[in-house]
Design a protein around this ligand. Structure first.
Ligand SMILES: [Zn+2]
Ligand SMILES: [Zn+2]
Length: 324
């Protein structure tokens, strides 16, 4: 097995795939059929997944399914390449279909970074985002199967996944649960303190996020396989949590959200609103006693922090910032 491929189970492998400033984890599931959990960005599959598959005596043409945890650039950007080089079918939750239509489909999406930098009053960074999307996201690949909560994906050889709709990060965020072995593939659905130390977790729909975390805390997953290494109080940024650490992912994700929610409420009550960047800074000044905060020299606040602060603002007021 090549360096960089981790066997988590006789039928499950993890492939860490660097992109931009981060790393996305691709999981390979081997039943009678072979599935990839997510496809990464445009070059993830040729650069990282195909060499990893070769060490498992598999080829890309052996892949039957790409199961999407959600349609974000670092999870579905590689679909076009997979489509062109295999017979694989693509599955995604129906609520994330709008962002399966190529790089431009993200630019107007309410759950893309482009909306956050607009909120922050930085139109120059909108252009940077567009560049990133065109460099990293392939052309539209229409899904073959639309996922819904409670669905089953049977890959054969006992590998049966139950679909949990776990919205919050995106509207169609999905987790796949292999009950027999206690494996849960949660994508970006639960982020504890987020992927970048000092930035808040990245989610766009706060009420959904907290409901999803509450619900999944009841699922007795023994191994949680996430799409990035998420930071937590007692745990380093590792993408796979086992045993007791598995359940803590959901409880701590909920606690972090509650902390942000309380800070947003306090700042809303205490201050006149100036602009969204100042509002977010005031929220971070409040949460810094409970969560690590790292400010950004250029933007002022951590990019992802804008998302969750805005999500809680929208939850509490019932509308996005711009329309107040
Ligand atoms: Zn995402
Ligand atoms: Zn991601």
């Amino acid at each position: 097995m090549s360096e960089g491929v981790e066997q988590l189970h006789p039928q499950i492998y993890r492939i860490p795939a660097p992109f931009g400033n981060g790393v996305v984890e691709i999981y390979v599931l081997v039943g009678k059929q072979v599935a990839l959990i997510d496809s990464g960005v445009k070059d993830t599959v040729p650069r990282y997944v195909e060499p990893a598959l070769a060490t498992l005596n598999l080829k890309l043409s052996d892949v039957d399914w790409v199961l999407h945890t959600h349609a974000h650039p670092d999870h579905s950007g590689g679909d076009e390449y997979v489509k062109a080089n295999s017979q694989a079918k693509f599955a995604v939750h129906s609520a994330d279909v709008p962002t399966t239509k190529g790089p431009e489909s993200f630019m107007e999406s309410p759950h893309d970074i482009s909306q956050l930098v607009r909120l922050a009053g930085r139109p120059d960074l909108v252009a940077t985002r567009r560049q990133f999307l065109h460099a990293n996201v392939g052309a539209e690949v229409a899904p073959d199967r639309l996922l819904a909560d409670g669905d089953e994906v049977d890959l054969g050889r006992g590998l049966v996944l139950r679909v949990f709709h776990t919205p919050g990060h995106t509207p169609g965020a999905t987790s796949f649960y292999w009950e027999r072995e206690g494996f849960l593939f949660s994508g970006d659905s639960f982020q504890v303190r987020g992927s970048t130390p000092g930035w808040l977790p990245l989610y766009f729909y706060a009420g959904d996020y907290m409901r999803s975390a509450t619900r999944m805390a009841e699922v007795p997953a023994r191994t949680v396989c996430m799409a990035h290494g998420y930071n937590a109080g007692r745990w380093p940024n590792v993408p796979v949590r086992r045993g007791r650490g598995a359940g803590e992912v959901f409880r701590e994700s909920l606690q972090v959200s509650q902390t942000i929610d309380a800070a947003v409420a306090k700042v809303r009550a205490a201050s006149d609103k100036a602009d969204f960047l100042s509002f977010t800074k005031a929220v971070l000044a409040e949460v810094q006693y409970d969560l690590p905060v790292l400010l950004d020299r250029d933007l002022g606040v951590g990019l992802h922090s804008l998302a969750s602060v805005h999500a809680h603002y929208a939850l509490q007021t019932g509308h996005p910032w711009s329309t107040e």
